[in-house]
Design a protein around this ligand. Structure first.
Ligand SMILES: Nc1nc2c(ncn2[C@@H]2O[C@H](COP(=O)(O)OP(=O)(O)OP(=O)(O)O)[C@@H](O)[C@H]2O)c(=O)[nH]1
Length: 425
């Protein structure tokens, strides 16, 4: 079992997401003492008798919202059994790039509903987007059960309705769990509640600690977009030639067989350098400089990948787009595609389908894609790029669609099928 779980949260405004995340941090003692003092003071100032744990999250969030680029906050917490990376996104935004970014590498998502309202339209949409992103496990936290007097019958109705919906999205029974919680009072978050004797399942934290997880991005095949070519040309290192960047997926060790794409050149890693010196191994997220056995012609934007499990080099693929712009997308649109360290011109050749959130069904050949809509497209690139399928490697199978006129992000995209692969390997 992996000792690391990546999770994301989703919920409508006021369902209690901040309080729940705050409660998890608090009950796992992941909150620094000074932060807690500040929360306690702020709570007293507001005339509250118990600390308002949502301040732990919202306090940070309001700062974050002033910047426009980074809206996903990653929170780290740990128990003796497992470490957690939680991608926290603002609740009032539906399908922003951030929600997609946050959830796309999650191994589990916690969806929140207010026990008084049950499963609402937004719950269905969130679940549909999570299914689309391939998030393998869902937890429905039925929050504020204190406000329905810990009523078993009401909880059972919600759990059944959600199970039916999740099944319609393709989730197997064992991959979905519904838990009655009160984030405010702590019922079934980290400690089992005496108020719900009828509930025999695990607490939220127990479930997060125990659930078997799908492979971590670290286990994915090695993918390393080259950001800089380093040639110091000093007397100490006359022949040093390194390739610097951040590992997008997988791990690398000296001795590994790799391929440089799109050229298709095979070679071997001789050394992996970091700011702290050479390493025996480095994984996804690490900034490293890789040295290779052969002196090859490699430039910024090229990709160094596992030689045994490499992406295909292609200039045409199908993709799912989450459209994030108020201007609509029509077939024939000329855009830029930003993938890894490369940005290339591209044409949206065909708009094949649109996912209808109301009916949760697919509409064929729609005229356009509008703000927050999700659709299937075919894209042709002006140059060939090494591209992974999203389901095989989420980090390198995702891309952004950029407006060539003003540089705005128009959509987040997930690669489906590569259509005209030339460098298949
Ligand atoms: N009674 C009760 N109230 C709760 C519970 N959880 C949250 N609340 C209250 O519900 C309100 C909304 O909680 P938040 O945590 O701010 O909700 P949110 O979903 O994070 O909202 P945004 O931060 O706007 O996304 C606050 O007044 C909380 O105190 C609960 O389990 N029981």
């Amino acid at each position: 079992m992996s000792s690391l779980l990546r999770l994301a949260t989703a919920g409508s405004v006021d369902d209690g997401k901040s309080t729940l995340v705050g409660r998890l941090l608090y009950d796992t003692k992941s909150v620094l003492a000074d932060q807690l003092d500040a929360v306690q003071r702020a709570s007293v100032d507001r005339g509250l008798s118990t600390p308002d744990l949502s301040l732990l999250v919202d306090g940070l969030r309001s700062e974050r919202e002033q910047g426009i680029t980074i809206d996903v906050a990653y929170r780290y917490f740990a128990t003796p059994r497992r470490s957690f990376v939680l991608a926290d996104t603002p609740g009032h935004v539906q399908y922003t790039r951030n929600t997609v970014t946050g959830a796309s590498t999650a191994q589990l998502a916690v969806l929140l509903v207010d026990a008084r309202k049950g499963v609402v339209e937004q719950t269905r949409r969130h679940a549909a987007v999570l299914a689309l992103l391939g998030v393998p496990r869902l937890v429905l936290a039925v929050n504020k059960v204190d406000l329905i007097n810990y009523d078993e019958a009401a909880f059972t109705v919600i759990a059944k309705e959600f199970a039916t919906h999740a099944a319609s999205l393709g989730y197997a029974e064992g991959s979905v769990l519904t838990i009655p919680v009160s984030a405010l009072h702590g019922d079934n978050v980290a400690t089992r509640s005496e108020n719900t004797p009828w509930y025999g399942g695990p607490t939220l934290l127990e479930h997060l600690e125990q659930v078997p997880v799908a492979p971590d991005p670290h286990d994915a095949p090695f993918r390393f977009p080259v950001q800089y070519v380093i040639r110091p040309r000093t007397a100490d290192y006359p022949d040093y030639r390194g390739y610097a960047g951040q590992i997008a997926a997988g791990t690398v060790r000296p001795g590994d067989e790799v391929v440089v794409l799109p050229q298709g050149l095979r070679t071997r890693v001789t050394r992996v350098d970091t700011a702290d010196g050479p390493r025996d191994e480095a994984g996804a997220g690490s900034s490293v400089t890789v040295l290779l056995a052969d002196d090859l012609d490699i430039a910024r934007g090229d990709l160094i990948a596992s030689a045994t499990d490499r992406p295909e080099v292609t200039d045409e693929f199908t993709a799912t787009l989450c459209w994030l712009s108020s201007s609509s997308l029509r077939p024939g649109a000329r855009v830029l595609v930003k993938h890894g360290a490369r940005t290339v011109q591209a044409l949206v050749e065909e708009l094949g389908s649109r996912f209808d959130e109301q009916t949760l069904s697919t509409v064929d050949s729609p005229e356009s894609l509008e703000l927050n809509e999700i659709g299937g497209v075919r894209i042709r690139l002006s140059e060939e790029l090494p591209v992974d399928e999203y389901s095989h490697s989420p980090r390198t199978g995702a891309f952004l669609v950029i407006d060539p006129k003003n540089g705005d992000t128009l959509a987040a995209g997930l690669v489906g099928e590569r259509l005209s692969a030339v460098g298949a390997g």
